[in-house]
Design a protein around this ligand. Sequence first.
Ligand SMILES: [Zn+2]
Length: 348
Amino acid sequence: MSESKPTDPDEAERSSREDYSRHQAAEPYRHRFGHLVPRWHEFNALYFENRLIVPRFSIAPVHPRRLSETRINTDYGARTNIMFSPGLMFGTDRRLVRTDDPDARGVIRLIDDRLLGEMVKQFVMEVHGSLEEGWDGYGPLYAREATRIGAQMGRADPAAELPEVHPRRRAFRLAGAPVAASWPHLFRPDGFYAGHVTLDHLWRRGRVRTGTRDRRSVVPGVYEYLHFLAATGRHARLLEVLGREVDAAKVARVPGLAAAERGPQDASGRALPVPPADPGWVTWNGGCVRAIAEGIGARRAFDGMPILADALQDAGCDSDLILNHCRAHTEHTANCWVLRLLGTPDQA
Ligand SMILES: [Zn+2]
């Protein structure tokens, strides 16, 4: 226990900064700090035995591929500065935040997850006294603490358990293993953020590179078969056969993708019934919804899914399950349940 007397200038500075953040800072900063500060104390008690020192919080530009950062901070009495990207905190990054409600459940969950991720870093810095340089700050100590907390979450609620994470070396990727730098947000089940935020553009950072040595052996006759399809103009069939290969690789690479494509899920990943499709949607405005859906399926043009959502919405679809699936994910496969629902010929 630290001997913090009321006259300790560092402690006084910390409390006045905390007080300032929560009560005096300008809106909308105050709104966010008013959430972060008590949440930080809650996590400190729950996961870190109250061993962390109140950090300085700020909302300021961070690395473009990150949502938050922790830096050493020697001013204001704090030891660390936890920074959050304005794009997340103020909802200005529309690739990320898909709702106008700053307190939407999914937004708050992502903010809390980033806070927790940074607190693990804070723990490694303050308690272990290490920056884990050479690991970009996400080394074995970080992985160990994150794994410990993920297991603790699972003891409180088995559906909330997070898997073991591994440190990431700069020049080495553990094939197929989740990496610490993406913890915990990329380890959450599909639907955890309720479609209020989408993380697809961040996956590149946590994604594991399989490398060229991983090339699959080819069954004899396959090239001849593909050549036959190309030479005889069976392009749709060719795309389907190759698309299945691509889908298999995608499903192996993106956690939860296979389940998300199979059908709708609730926030904890349980399968939900497919909402009924109104026949009026596909006939609306000259059948443009079906045309878009078929075009996406036939050409594997999955980047058109958000446009499909817009058209569906204008056709009268108000199903959040359908609309969020189209908007919240950029990765889809030929097995996409929304495309199947709209009657696209995607099955062999
Ligand atoms: Zn899909």
